[in-house]
Design a protein around this ligand. Sequence first.
Ligand code: ATP
Ligand code: MG
Length: 274
Amino acid sequence: MRANEPAHLIPYTIAVAHQKGGVGKTTTALTVGACLAEQHVHTLLIDLDPSLNLTNGVGLSSKFVNETLAEVLLAEAPLGSAIRSTTFENLDILPSGPGMLSLSHQLHARPTYEMLLDRLIAQPRMSMYEVILIDCPPMLDALTVLALSATDLVIIPTQCEYYALQALESMFRMIRMIRAKNNPKLRYRLLVTMFDRRGKFHARVLQLLREQYSNALLKATIGFDTRVRESQMAGVPLTVFAPKCRAAEHYRSLSRELQFYIQKKRMEPASAGG
Ligand SMILES: Nc1ncnc2c1ncn2[C@@H]1O[C@H](COP(=O)(O)OP(=O)(O)OP(=O)(O)O)[C@@H](O)[C@H]1O
Ligand SMILES: [Mg+2]
């Protein structure tokens, strides 16, 4: 529970983070957002990555983005004018844009920057959203600290590759640091992405993950599906582009699993993570 919890509802906040690039962070943030929206959950996407992939993923071009989280946090723009609706029902976005390139650097100059996003999410304007999904850049920098300090749950997408498992250690270190310093309620879950169900090696690594991280592993596993790339090229979430494809169904299962966490927090507002 946040200190001085206000009377209005605070959205359940999920960050998708990993310092490793190309593991499916943006795909997960976007597709889970689209699945929740499809399940009538009013959802806000926040694009923390200066590479704009999530912003482009909902079909928004940087040419049309003037205000981002950077302008809002540096008090140059009101939150309301930076949030954009998308063409998809129940799905809004706080987009990325040129301003995000220097945000990490500018935050370091502010001694208490780490809780800025947490405070923003606690604003009454945000209570219109049930869920916020944050797409993080592929590094453990100030932007990821900002996200994890404001988050109920961090999803760590991982592929079933040996090196991917080694890379988890730095994520866990960062989570321990954030829990100790800013956000004791932070919980994490691992998500297997781009799983090749025909490959024996992937099955072996998945078994290892189950043995090593049993409770921290999400039950849903996202299979490799070429429709994901195609949907990104089209600037449309996968569940809209190819509603019946395998990965879309996997992301729907994941979203139903996440609804359990979301509802649990609603029913026990004073409970901390675990
Ligand atoms: N389930 C999937 N099946 C097939 N391809 C996928 C799947 N998920 C993601 N991809 C592809 O893998 C690439 C990386 O995905 P994505 O951009 O989501 O990763 P990321 O972790 O956000 O990357 P970055 O660290 O660069 O931000 C993209 O080309 C995407 O289309
Ligand atoms: Mg990304």
